[in-house]
Design a protein around this ligand. Sequence first.
Ligand code: HEM
Length: 401
Amino acid sequence: MSTTLSPQEIWAPHTRFNPLPLYARMRPEGPLFRQMDANRGVPIWLSTRYKASVELLRDPRFTKDERLVAPQARQARVAEMEAINRNMLMSDPPDHTRLRTLVSKAFLPRRVEELRSRVEAIAHRLLDALPAQGSVDLIDAFAFRIPVTVIAELLGVPPEDQDQFRVWTTAITQLPSADRLESIKQASLAFMAYVQNLMEKRRAEPREDLVSDLLQAEEQGDRLSSEELIGMVVLLLNAGHETTVNLIGNGVWALLRHPEQLERLRQNPALIDSAVEEMLRYRGPLECATHRWAREDIEFHGQVIPAGETVLVSLLAANHDPEQFPEPERFDITREPNRHIAFGFGIHFCVGAPLARLEASIALPLLLERLPRLRLAVDESQLQWRQGLVLHGLKQLPVAF
Ligand code: HEM
């Protein structure tokens, strides 16, 4: 490989703001680019091309279950948090199929559509709470609150506990560097204890919510162990709001830096569905899909990935591959075709995609309609992006209106 990349480059703040130039340098080197993960001290292979990424995401030679390839490493790192990892996203079939089947119905487009009026009411309430004019952090005041309220209501988590979730999930999704390990562990334990307590309450007094439904599945036999039940609830709470917050945040950011596209959408709100797809492609909420590991020595497009090594598919890089998307850096809310992989691909394709699409397609037009003078309140260079290679979003989005 001829490109010289410093191991730290991918984590540098300027790269977090815009990783695309770095990916453009990696892409010609081959479908997979090997470098050291500075935080874990192990090699990682980054997949940066669209076609190879789609292939990789459906290749069963890569596992989602780290225990199969590195039992000790995982045990040492996360022993106390094992329940958190007993979830569909970290499993292969047949466990994956069994776990996914238990919840997939709740997230089908038809079921999710029933939440439309509730999402509208939540978005209106948040906008009502803003001053007539002034400035706010849009992430805190709006983008975060919609998905967290919706997923918490679906599962049956009381509203007064929702802020606490943000503290826990932010801690849990931090980079697992040595000095942060303790805070990640503490947050995970507190989160699990909370979920366990909630489950006990629902066991004693079932309600019409997903936690009560899942408890029934657990009681009916061997379909769901109690550890898996905790894992499922934690995964849904986490995935349900750590991602959509970035779809709304990154989406507003993209619109504000492309005033002509913003104006087009204001003039023609019916473009919202295709605009949301372009937001997902242009700066999706996940830079990379979650970790995968080579089950065996794998030959992939002429490269050999040794058994046990980690592979990360950069969804952002794939969604900017010029072979698949002409002029990939152009933000075009009418782009067609737009077969992005922001929700992943294959058996782990996002279960919550219909819900995320519904939330964004309701929240964004309402925001634009009610704040006609919406603009950035700081210079773009002052915006800070979250660290880490998986979640891709702004820490804050100060806007004026
Ligand atoms: C715009 C928002 C969202 C994006 C971009 C997104 C993206 C993704 C991606 C890329 C994956 C696959 C990860 C991989 O293969 O490594 C995934 C899986 C998943 N997502 Fe989402 N997600 C979003 C919203 C949601 C919501 C709202 C929920 C929940 C209610 C959710 C629940 C899940 C679950 C449970 C999985 C695991 C599926 C499986 O392993 O079969 N996501 N998501």
